[in-house]
Every structure is written in structure tokens, then in C-alpha cells.
Design a protein around this ligand. Structure first.
Ligand SMILES: *[C@@H]1O[C@H](CO)[C@@H](O)[C@H](O)[C@H]1NC(C)=O
Ligand SMILES: *[C@@H]1O[C@H](CO)[C@@H](O)[C@H](O)[C@H]1NC(C)=O
Length: 187
């Protein structure tokens, strides 16, 4: 138990160096197809990150859905983005990645959240209201390199094999750390 809990710590240190937290979607949030959903974040200043890329992936499936590139991160910029979902497979194991996709440097990951079919009944309480002053991007379907906003891990990794691989290691470290944390709480 103790070992499990201690092991991931050095790995995490290489991933999360500055304060950068995704506040929406929160843990177990429910996003909906056919609706506008909200991504928002909080970030420290003076960390040298002035823009970042947002991608979405699942624990149980390969493939990255590209949501937005070069999102401004300066203090004066809006710290949220609206996402309209269309025909995204319903599942409960999605999470977001904030990263520099060029170098495969991971800044932060969101908690795991759910995407519902448009007809499904939401069981979670309040969902954040979209801010009409910020941009809305539309994503649809499964990861597919021929679709506008949507790109796949395979497409990205053919250009940058080693760098994207490093990004994956980062995700693994965060997930392992999450499990370690859960073990710790149970003890
Ligand atoms: C990723 O890093 C490179 C070089 O450090 C930079 O030129 C690029 O703008 C960064 N990407 C984003 C989305 O900020
Ligand atoms: C969502 O809808 C699709 C198509 O109508 C269906 O195949 C799928 O089983 C549904 N998924 C859930 C979780 O309800």
C-alpha cells in the first residue's frame, strides 16, 4: 500500500510543475451531445505558458480528439471555452488534456467525466452555464483525421513519434498517481 502510494510521486513532478487546474468539467461531470458544454481552468502567472492546446481522450479507447489549438493563457484572456458536442460516443471515461502538442508537454489533465447521448437523462446536479462572451468550438464523432477539428493520435504521432510518446507517459503517470491517491484515502 505504502509503496503504491509513494511510487508515482517522482513521475508526477515531471508533469505538473506549475499551478494549472481544469475546474470544469469537474469529477463525474456529465457533458451532453447536442448541447454546449463548458471547459474552464485556473492558472498561475509567470510560468512561461502563454498558450496551450486542448485535446480529449478516453481511458478505454485510443485516439485523441483535438478540441482547440493555441488557446491564449495570459492573465487577461478568458479562462473558459464552450464546446458543442455532436455524435460523440456516450461513455463515462473521458478526460481532457491541456498540453503543448508540438512538444508533447503535458500541463494538466481534467478529472474523468461522462458524455451522455442527447436523449439521456442527466443525473448530475448543476452544470456550468456557457459564457456567451467566449468562443464555442464544435467537435463531432469518433477521432477521425479527415474531420475538421478532430484529429487522431496516429496522425499526430506520424509527425512526432517520440514527442507524442512522451505525452502518453505523462498521462500514465497522472493516472497512476490518481490510483495511488485513492489507495491512500482508503487506508
Ligand atoms: C509549444 O512550444 C513551442 C516552443 O516552445 C511554441 O513555439 C508553441 O507556440 C507552443 N504551443 C502552444 C500551443 O503554445
Ligand atoms: C447512444 O446512442 C447510440 C445511437 O443511438 C446508441 O448506439 C448507444 O448505445 C447509446 N449509448 C448510450 C450510453 O446510451
Amino acid at each position: 500500500m505504502r509503496l503504491l502510494n509513494l511510487l508515482p510521486i517522482p513521475l508526477v513532478a515531471t508533469v505538473a510543475s506549475a499551478y494549472f487546474e481544469i475546474t470544469s468539467p469537474s469529477e463525474n461531470a456529465q457533458w451532453r451531445n447536442g448541447g454546449v458544454n463548458v471547459i474552464s481552468w485556473e492558472k498561475g502567472t509567470l510560468d512561461g505558458i502563454d498558450s496551450f492546446d486542448i485535446e480529449m481522450t478516453r481511458l478505454s479507447e485510443d485516439g485523441l480528439t483535438y478540441i482547440a489549438s493555441t488557446v491564449p493563457a495570459e492573465k487577461a484572456s478568458p479562462s473558459s471555452l464552450n464546446v458543442y458536442l455532436e455524435n460523440i460516443p456516450a461513455a463515462d471515461d473521458y478526460f481532457l488534456l491541456f498540453l503543448n502538442a508540438t512538444h508533447g508537454i503535458m500541463y494538466t489533465t481534467s478529472p474523468r467525466f461522462t458524455i451522455l447521448n442527447s436523449s439521456a437523462t442527466s443525473t448530475s446536479g448543476s452544470t456550468p452555464t456557457p459564457d456567451r462572451a467566449v468562443a464555442t468550438v464544435t467537435i463531432s464523432g469518433t477521432p477521425n483525421p479527415t474531420q475538421g477539428f478532430v484529429t487522431t493520435f496516429a496522425a499526430a504521432s506520424s509527425a512526432l513519434p517520440n514527442l507524442e510518446w512522451r505525452a502518453l507517459v505523462g498521462i500514465g503517470a497522472v493516472l497512476v498517481a490518481g490510483l495511488g491517491g485513492a489507495v491512500c484515502v482508503l487506508v
